[in-house]
Design a protein around this ligand. Structure first.
Ligand code: SF4
Ligand code: SF4
Length: 435
């Protein structure tokens, strides 16, 4: 398990240049569709909302260093600042010193809690519920109802592919689980879901509660170890299995993992799947931080960490990361009739939806404000549909739109220019209807 102490050398590379606070969209000369979204912009949802250095990653890296040196005592006040971060990784994408910014922030959270500070109220509730054998999910739902949405045969150990549903799709957005199961059937995947599946641990790991995270990680690893492939519809579960389980368990995964959007991309790329049904809408795409940026960064770092020659391999690593960022775009462009309009901040520079890292539960105003900031950017493209592929992003965007509509009702103002008329569509759900 990567502790803050183990990340000391990585943290020591931070020169406090503060480049991680801002982002161009890929290239400095790329222009957005409006003047507001052109040039270098603020990239950090936490810094943008709170406006104080400690909330930006640059501040957090220095707090981590001070904590390691014993110059900063563990306290509730410190934890409150460090937890107000969506762990979106925008900062990590910007850092030229390849600092694993999110790993340091998450390790600092864990170190503060391990030093005796209680997790923040809402985060503690997640922990208690996930730790509870009769629940094993942060939503306080009965464990035996986890696969209630599924009409097929559960726990089929004869097949080699499992769909890891995740708590949000299992209990809160069951239409995503249903469409995922339906699309997998349509494309001929022989799969099962496990009724004993437990939370992937993402909200627990992100909020610094590592002992409980280890429990559920080990349970899932044991439960799924005989499968060849695990498929995911949740960006957070996917990132947690793909990136965090190997780092936290100290060994490679016993199975392959793929997000369903990636799986569909593979089929399109191999010429095995063609989408015939038209979807004549003007669409913009939001990259979920977990399945796009974090996985892209991990692909880049995996190549660099195994490299004997960074000069040669950094180009290869960059190309592999960019190829990962293209995956949803290839899928969207394969949909006949769809008119695709990119936002300004995309791929590694994409602005977060505002929900992750424990923020939606504990800092709901920040989550809402971040959602509105992204909705405004989406609306600036002129799109009618905001598409993404993460149940948590869908929830937070819909909450943002609800708030805008309420504001319209209260003030009589038309807020369509900042996103009140956008329709949020989940890509897997749409694909299931088109295939
Ligand atoms: S994390 Fe990287 S980009 Fe941010 S202040 Fe430190 S060195 Fe600069
Ligand atoms: S992970 Fe995201 S919210 Fe957290 S400091 Fe970095 S840019 Fe800001």
């Amino acid at each position: 398990m990567t502790s803050l102490e183990e990340l000391r050398k990585i943290n020591a590379r931070c020169i406090h240049c503060r480049a991680c606070q801002y982002a161009y969209s890929g290239e400095p000369d790329r222009e957005g569709e409006t003047e507001e979204y052109t040039g270098m912009l603020q990239g950090c949802p936490a810094g943008l909302y709170f406006g104080w250095e400690g909330y930006y990653n640059s501040g957090k890296q220095w707090m981590a260093r001070a904590f390691l040196e014993g110059d900063l005592e563990p306290s509730k006040e410190l934890l409150e600042v460090v937890e107000a971060c969506t762990t979106c990784g925008m900062c990590e994408s910007q850092c030229e010193n390849y600092i694993d910014t999110v790993a340091v922030t998450e390790a600092l959270r864990a170190a503060i809690i391990e030093a005796g500070v209680e997790p923040l109220d809402k985060h503690k509730i997640f922990g208690v519920r996930v730790h509870d054998e009769s629940l094993r999910n942060p939503y306080n739902e009965p464990r035996e109802e986890r696969t209630k949405w599924f009409s097929g045969e559960t726990d089929n150990q004869e097949v080699k592919v499992a769909y890891f549903v995740g708590c949000t799709a299992a209990y809160r957005q069951q239409q995503i689980a249903e469409h995922t199961a339906s699309i997998l059937k349509k494309i001929g995947v022989d799969f099962t879901v496990l009724s004993d599946e437990v939370c992937c641990g993402s909200p627990i790991l992100r909020t610094g509660q590592r002992e409980i995270f280890k429990e559920v990680m080990n349970e899932n690893l044991e439960m799924f170890k005989e499968f060849d492939l695990l498929l995911f519809s949740c960006a957070g579960c996917y990132k947690t299995f793909r990136n965090d389980y190997p780092a936290m368990s100290g060994g490679p995964l016993p199975f392959k993992v793929r997000h369903v959007v990636e799986f569909v991309y593979d089929l399109i790329n191999e010429g095995k799947l063609k989408i015939d049904t038209e979807y004549a809408k003007k669409v913009t795409w939001h990259d979920p931080c977990h399945s796009i940026r974090h996985v892209g960064l991990a692909i880049e770092k995996e190549i660099l960490n195994n490299s004997d020659n960074w000069l040669i391999d950094s180009r290869k690593a960059e190309k592999a990361k960019e190829a990962h960022f293209e995956i949803p775009r290839v899928v969207l462009k394969a949909i006949p009739g769809l008119k695709f309009h990119e936002m300004y901040r995309i791929k590694g520079d994409s602005f977060c939806c505002g929900a992750g890292g424990g923020v939606k539960a504990q800092f709901s105003d920040m989550a809402l404000s971040t959602s509105k900031e992204r909705l405004k950017e989406a609306a600036s493209t002129g799109a009618e549909v905001l598409m993404t592929s993460c149940p948590f992003c869908v929830t937070n965007f819909n909450d943002g739109i609800k708030a805008l509509k309420k504001e319209e009702e209260a003030t009589g103002k038309d807020l369509s220019a900042v996103g009140s008329k956008l329709k949020v569509v989940e890509l897997i759900e749409l694909l299931d209807q088109l295939i």
